[in-house]
Design a protein around this ligand. Structure first.
Ligand SMILES: [Zn+2]
Length: 302
């Protein structure tokens, strides 16, 4: 009787395993929503794609659940941002590497000397690189290369998908540049909850000030709020911004501090910083998110 039960369980387990690997598609696991969207555009229906982080999830604070670990263990390829963006997953990834599976940090393709330095992260670099579209393009080219290498049968398809998406990213770049030109240089000051927008600032000549520093793991102090409110008044800044993956209260405290000094600053809207919007919406894609952010910023600061 025991023997039969064992066979039944074994068959059931084998059955599950086969289902997960349906049609021998590559199992690809990604971390942030930006990377998930990128890989979806290149892999299409040819891969089984599982993104660990959802909309509104803060990658600095994200911890792997037991289910995530199972997904990671069963993955053929793992793509993540790196530079300690996914600070709490570093240990999991290091452990996997010791066991012979190498997750791919997409930032490894970027020339480090072009990155913005930072003392906040163990990597010594600001990890929010997707706000430079050229860096995101180099992510895409790496994803395409890896998929073609791991699944040569479908190489042409991945290449075609990538070329199509690459063209869309180039036209995004052109559209964004045009929109930002509506904003005079002296109005290009971006105040947000945390410093996610340094690469954006460097690309489009914005002065960027984050209330919380680079990682959301550290809270803003009363001193920071006082200093920054004085800066907003001095510069005559019209609007400051909330972020979708960071609690509103820090920016609301800043707005209150400006008010208490007899001035007014609007909350210009919610920006998507470290996570995209809901799946199925325009802001749930990298391109839609970028357009939305830039429209929100330009319209509020004009
Ligand atoms: Zn961040």
């Amino acid at each position: 009787m025991k023997k039969i039960l064992f066979v039944v369980i074994a068959v059931t387990l084998l059955g599950c395993k086969k289902d997960e690997k349906s049609n021998n598609k590559l199992n690809v696991v990604t971390t942030t929503t930006m990377i998930t969207d990128l890989v979806k555009n290149i892999g299409g229906d040819n891969i089984n794609l599982q993104g660990l982080m959802g909309s509104g999830v803060d990658p600095h604070l994200y911890k792997a659940s037991e289910g995530d670990v199972t997904k990671l263990v069963n993955a053929d390829i793992i793509f993540y941002n790196g530079l300690h963006l996914e600070g709490k997953l570093v240990e999991v990834f290091e452990k996997m590497e010791r066991n012979g599976k190498t997750p791919i940090a997409l930032t490894h393709v970027i020339d480090k000397s072009t990155l913005i330095g930072s003392d906040y992260f163990a990597s010594n670099y600001d990890p929010h690189v997707w706000f430079n579209i050229d860096y995101f393009i180099s992510f895409g080219s790496e994803v395409s290369r890896v998929l073609q290498e791991k699944d040569p049968e479908n190489a042409q398809l991945y290449e075609e998908n990538w070329q199509n998406y690459y063209k869309r990213l180039l036209s995004l770049k052109a559209d964004i540049t045009l929109k930002i030109e509506e904003l005079p240089k002296e109005k290009r000051v971006l105040v947000t909850a945390h410093d996610a927008f340094n690469y954006f600032g460097r690309s489009y000549n914005f002065e960027v000030v984050g209330l919380q520093g680079l990682s959301t793991a550290t809270e803003a102090g009363v001193q920071d709020v006082q200093k920054l409110s004085a800066f907003i008044i001095e510069k005559g800044i019209k609007a400051i911004f909330v972020e979708s993956s960071v609690p509103k209260r820090t920016i609301e405290a800043l707005q209150a501090a400006v008010k208490s000094k007899g001035h007014n600053v609007e909350i210009g809207g919610t920006l998507y910083s470290d996570a995209l919007g809901n799946t199925g919406t325009n802001e749930g894609t990298y391109i839609g998110m970028f357009e939305y952010n830039v429209n929100t910023i330009v319209n509020a600061l004009k």
